[in-house]
Structures are given as C-alpha cells and as structure tokens.
Design a binder for this molecule. Structure first.
Ligand code: TNX
Length: 531
C-alpha cells in the first residue's frame, strides 16, 4: 500500500488510533489519508469563518472561496445558532496548515498551499484553536467543507437551533483526493417529472457525498422535459404527461439554467441526456414529421421500453437533433452531452450504427463530448467518447474492445449501481429486472474490474442512476437512494485500498441521524446496525 491510503494511514497513525478511527467511522466517502492533527477543535459562539483567498487575492478565485465560506456558514448557522461571521484575510498559513496566530476559527485557504491535491482534493487540519481546510481549487474547499460537516455531530444538519450541543471536530489531519474524476448520479425526470425544487434537493444530497456530476435524463417515451424554442411542441405537448397519466411537466430554458446554476454552486456539472433513437415516443407524438410513416403516435404513459424509434433515414431527424442539441448545448456549461442509445429494440442494427455515428458528429459540432449508454460501443464511438456501462454480467466483449481502443467508461452496473432496483422481494417501490440490490451488493464491487478486460485507466468514474417508473415523491426518491447512494459515492471517491464492507457499514450507520435531521427517508436495511 502506498502511504496515503487510509488503510496505511490508519496503521501509520497507530500511535494515535483515535484520530483516524473517529474519521473513518464517520465520514463517507472515507478520506484517502487520515493522521493525527494538533488536537480537537470546538466551535463556539465566538468562532469566525476566515477566508484566505491565497496570494493572488482578491480575484475570482478569492470570490469563489468566499462563496464556499458563505455556503459553509449557511450550513452551520441554523443548528449552532452562532453568528459565524465570514471574514476575508490575506494572512499566510502557519506551519502544518494551522494558523500561526490570529483569531481562532474555521479557515478556508485557497492556493497552492499543499502538493498533490489536484482539481478536487483538500487538506483538513485541526488544532485546539482552528480547523483549516486548504485546497488548490474552490471545489477542493467545498469537498473539505463536506468532510468538516460530517465530522460535526449529526445535529448540525438541523435547520433549527440545537442548544447544549458540543460542536466538536475530532482531532484530524486529513489529505483527501478522489479516485475518479467523474462521480455521478442520474435523475430520470422523464418517467415522472421532478420539479426544480426536487432536483435542487437532490443536488444538496449529492454534494454531501462529494458527487460532482448530475446526469438529467430529460427525454423518454413518457415525456420530453426541456423547452426547445425551435420545436416548441416537444415540451408543451410531449411534456404534458408522465407514467400513470399525471400532468407531467417540463423545464423552461430558464428553469434548466436555474438547475445548472444551483448545481454549479455545489460544484456539480450537469450532463443533459437527449435519448435516441429509441425512448423517443414523446418526441414522435409531438411532431408527425419525425415518424417514418408521417403519423404521430399517441402520448404514452405506461412503462414498457423498446417500442419507439426516430426515423433514421429521414433528413428531418437530423435537422431536429441538430436544433435540439444546439439549444441544449448552449444552455449547458459542462463539457458533456449524453445521447442515450439504449434499448433501441425498434431500430435495425444497421440503422442504429448510422444514427449513433451521425448524432456523435452533431454533438461534436456543438462543442460537446459525447456520453452514451454502452450500446454505442456497437457503433463507432468517436475519439473522446465515453460509454456508460449499465450491464450486469461484465463480460461484454464490445465494451472491453472499445475501452482498449480508448473509449472511456462510466460504471453503472444495473445489479450494483441502479438505485431503482428493489432491495429485496418485499420492497414496494422499484423494479427488479437486474435482481434485488441490497446495501452490501450495491457497495461491494470494484469499478476498475467489474467489466472483464477493461484497462483500469479506461474507467473514468461511476454513476448511480435513479429511474423513476415507480418513483415520484421526495420520500420515494430518498427511500431508493438511501442508503445506497453514499456507497456508490465512496466507490467513486475513496482509494480502492480502503474498500471494506465491515468498516463501511459502521460509517453508514453513523449517517442515519444526519439523514433524519435532513428529512431524508431511508431504507433500514437489516445488513446495517442502525443507531
Ligand atoms: C433500463 S438503463 C433502461 C431504462 C429503464 C431502466 C429501469 C437504460 C439505459 N435503460 O429505460 O428506466 O432500465 O431500471
């Protein structure tokens, strides 16, 4: 083991086992390295949050650090009842990352104060008078704040004051960097429409576990959920219903930008998905000219898959896709656009290849990198394309061949990472086509080795999809995501050497009071000793 992996870190810190043990029994994803710090820190009514924007402050980096400090203050003020003023300083960091002098408090320090923290890593160091989070980037500071949050008592999540609480941060010196650059979750807003408020609530849950990507499945047979000015009926008609026949809904371009901006404030990138050639009944119903026979089918509110297809041989199809992808790309600051490509059972194999190859060109023309469900590996994945694996067996030879040839992989094996699979045969919500996925099954796999003959370097990250055929309310979403989502987040962030179900189930149990304080309904799996 390289020094720095938690298992090694925990051993190296055996002179002070409590520091590492406290952190590794409480924080998800478990940090890459935990050593003893300078002593535990306690927040008081006199604590301030100091922002050190680094040597170049004030500049845009400094403003971003300030935003993270304001966010941290917003998290910590309600439960503590403390003022926690945010103050900006230019002071240099003291030895070991703590403050040399100056006011006691929480310090967020941006700059190249530490080596090897990369784009998202951070260091968190406690002393009796300070807890300092340092990072090279604002994203790193933000992730460090999530760790700080989880080191405080669960009551910190309360939105009302919890008096007589000792707001203690245990002694720790944490250095933490992610295993994978892409750590995602997907919301299917097509089968059941989810409001902007529901999506933002999910974003906050994802941020707590250092997930950095929100994939929005915006279009499917049952609904088209984003306004496209050049094809307005997609939303107004195609978005007018959902599974079960409810009234559905759709995001105006302003709504979508609101979601993108909220995600960015939590350091998540939005990946919009426009699915094709299958999963397109809502579009086909909205515009007759998209159909090979020129006839618009009825809207669809059931849960079957594989019955719809865009007309691959029609020019209209590519005019439509070019318009949609141009508009969606322009609204999306992130580098990716997801083209779907799954379950095209009503498209011939040859047409499928024609379609995927053409759509990839359109996405490239609008400046985005293609992500597609792993069936795109049966076409010709463009240079830089990313395939999202949602199989269960791990023996797909076309996926392995594409990975060997340079197509990166996002790992979402359905029998592990799908948050919509039932936990057991008695789970009332969810589906079971990929089997039952209890908490241990969901956690206990390795993204690097799940698909045979894939080079570890081809794995770009992990994603937990939440399909909504059976889900609608916040309570529904929560119950399926918790407690599995934190496990997928840990697979994406923590070093493989830290992977250990027995240790993980202890950390997971410790999260439950936090979820309760946050109003998150969760499945009390018998595999975990909940408090
Ligand atoms: C398969 S996964 C689908 C979705 C369903 C999901 C339900 C994938 C790429 N396609 O259309 O919603 O199963 O688990």
């Amino acid at each position: 083991l390289a020094a720095g992996a938690t298992a090694a870190g925990a051993r190296a810190a055996s002179s002070t086992p409590s520091a590492a043990a406290e952190v590794t029994s409480r924080v998800i994803p478990v940090p890459a390295s935990v050593q003893a710090g300078g002593g535990a820190f306690r927040l008081t009514s006199g604590t301030a949050i100091e922002v050190d924007g680094g040597p170049d402050a004030p500049d845009s980096g400094s403003q971003a650090a300030r935003d993270v400090a304001d966010y941290a203050a917003g998290l910590l003020r309600p439960a503590t009842g403390y003022a926690l003023p945010v103050v900006q300083t230019l002071a240099a960091l003291g030895e070991g990352g703590g403050r040399a002098d100056g006011p006691a408090g929480i310090v967020l320090a941006l700059g190249d104060t530490d080596q090897g923290l990369g784009d998202e890593g951070y260091r968190l160091h406690t002393t009796p008078t300070s807890v300092t989070v340092s990072a090279r980037t604002p994203a790193g500071l933000f992730h460090g704040v999530q760790t700080l949050r989880q080191l405080l008592p669960a009551a910190v999540e309360s939105r009302t004051a919890v008096p007589d609480t000792a707001w203690t941060v245990p002694d720790a010196d944490i250095r933490d960097v992610p295993r994978y650059a892409y750590r995602g979750a997907m919301l299917d807003v097509a089968r059941h429409f989810l409001t902007v408020a529901q999506v933002e609530r999910s974003i906050d849950q994802l941020a707590l576990y250092k997930i950095n990507t929100l994939h929005l499945h915006l279009t499917d047979d049952q609904g088209w959920r984003i306004a496209v000015s050049s094809w307005p009926r997609l939303a107004t008609y195609g978005g007018s219903t959902e599974v079960g026949g409810g009234s559905g809904g759709w995001y105006s371009q302003q709504d979508y930008q609101e979601i993108v901006g909220y995600a960015a404030s939590r350091f998540l990138t939005v990946v919009p998905e426009i699915d094709g050639p299958g999963h397109t009944n809502a579009a086909l119903a909205s515009y007759a000219e998209l159909n090979c026979d020129g006839k618009a089918p009825a809207l669809y509110t059931g849960t079957s898959v594989g019955f719809s297809s865009l007309c691959v041989g029609h020019d209209n199809t590519y005019t439509f896709l070019d318009d949609v992808i141009r508009e969606v790309a322009a609204l999306t600051p992130g580098p990716y656009l997801h083209i779907g490509g799954d379950e095209a059972h009503s498209t011939s194999a040859a047409d499928y290849v024609t379609f995927v190859d053409h759509v990839q060109q359109i996405v490239a023309a609008h400046g985005k990198t293609v992500i597609g469900w792993h069936q795109i590996d049966s076409a010709h994945p463009a240079p830089g394309a990313i395939a999202q694996y949602w199989g269960t067996a791990g023996d797909e030879t076309d996926v392995a061949a594409a990975a060997q040839a340079g197509t990166r992989l996002i790992m979402s094996p359905a029998n592990r990472a799908y948050l919509d699979m039932k936990y057991t045969s008695s789970t009332s919500l969810g589906l079971n086509w990929a089997g039952y996925v209890e908490v241990k099954t969901s956690y206990d796999w390795d993204p690097a080795t799940f698909v045979k003959n894939v080079p570890a370097s081809a794995v770009f990250g992990v994603e937990a999809p939440l399909w909504t055929e059976t889900l609608k309310s916040n309570a529904d979403l929560d119950f399926m995501a918790f407690p599995r989502l934190p496990g997928i987040a840990e697979l994406g962030w923590s070093p493989a050497a830290t992977h250990d179900w027995d240790a993980y189930r202890v950390r997971l149990a410790a999260q439950a009071p936090r979820w309760t304080a946050l109003g998150i309904t969760f499945y009390r799996s018998p595999q975990v000793d909940w408090p």
